[in-house]
Design a protein around this ligand. Sequence first.
Ligand code: ME8
Length: 515
Amino acid sequence: MSRETFYITTAISYPNGSPHIGHAYELIATDAIARFNRHDGKDVLFLSGTDEHGIKMLQTARKEGISPRELADRNAKLFREMGVLLNASYDDFIRTTEARHYEASQAIWQKMADAGDIYKGGYAGWYSVRDEAYYQEDETEVRADNVRYGPQGTPVEWIEEESYFFRLSAYQDRLLKLYADNPSFIGPDERRNEVVSFVKSGLRDLSVSRTTFDWGIPVPGDEKHVMYVWVDALTNYITAAGYPDEDAGRWRYWPADVHIIGKDIIRFHSVYWPAFLWSAGIELPKRVFGHGFVFNRGEKMSKSVGNVIDPSALVAHYGLDQLRYFLLREIPFGQDGNYSHEAIVNRTNADLANDLGNLAQRSLSMIAKNCDAKVPQPGTFTDADEAIFAQAVAALEIARKAVDSQALHLALAAIFGVVAEANRYFASQEPWALRKTDTARMETVLYVTAEVIRRVGILCQPFIPGSAGKLLDILAVPADKRNFADLTGGSLVPGADLPAPQPIFPRYVEADKEA
Ligand code: ME8
């Protein structure tokens, strides 16, 4: 029987600069969901990539005195390197300048044109180069500096050009019906409410081609026009699934289960994208989830303020899994969150070093010393033993539900709830005292503790894959016994040899406090 498929995507980033912590955040969260579903036995396709066309790329390239292709090549490489640095497990990295993507974009355009949804007209309006979007006059304002700004706070200018239009207005009712009939199409709820009121306020047809520059995908049959960058950008999700070849092996992944994107681009994904797909006769993705923004101590990061955080510096300073854990545990996924040194140090030391790291180190060192470095032989399990095993099993159920609704912080809360309980168990059972009074019970307690750590290790893999892997290594868990199906089915084997325990989660020590 073929396995259930699961297709998940990040947004494709503009490679007009180097990647920042917002990009890293999105990739880490999406990676955790992809890995979770793989460990849960699904056939996963996880896609990320770069969005290389459009005037924004062209303008940055001009400023730097290079071609947009050179700019894209240089920076796409940095985005790929970030993927390696963050241990992102994507199956494909798409660049919108690839031939496969030209083919898919022209094919979907042709379908929309054949459906009668594309017509030629003239366009004049307030255009933001930064947002690559036209705005209605009442969405803009002239500020004290005498410059007109759009709703995202970026400058806009008046532009007039011949343009093809997409009949977005024709899809207004159908979109409202989609949101009403299928409330899980947009998450979280605040984002859905925003989109519903935007669509209710009335949709205008969308200008979908440009003639003022040529850095884009040519419109089929009228090469003086290039496609508006969002038409080509959104299409990346089906390009990677093999479109237009619907017989290709990868088409089995479409429709995508979820597009993970930032809240600033929810409109493009939940209004334009479904309308394009309907027009072209293609199924819609099942869900679009808009996560929040990561701020630097409450401030928006920007190059001019000089507070942009480089993910590689954070990884070098705190460690990769420390960063992954912090971002996923600290910020409720879907809300905005803050990055700060104190917060990441606190999470690293309290949850990883103390709760999980110390428990593993103490229990496994006792096993090494008192059980001949072998998995202990348990006796009959008491109610306390069974209760902690059961909590680890229940944590999987909670985590599965949470990850299905992208509530990654709740999945981690349930898993680390098991760790907290295991610490209480270990303290109250006092295996160090049992060593003198009842070695058989001591072995049982150490077995239970090690078995719970195994379960926690399995559950932690999607979030902190490197460290969870090491934790399972020191318990000698075979590589093919690390899936969620092995949570109860693959318990530790009493008498099996264990390697020497290694500390896995070092405490973060402030530089001025180092000995
Ligand atoms: O929007 N915190 O590209 P992009 C969290 N090319 N997420 C952030 C963030 C922050 N501070 N800053 C940006 C684009 N993001 C388009 C997407 S998809 C078909 C085309 C998120 O490089 C942002 O919300 O500006 C988006 O999801 C992603 O990073 C890429 O942003």
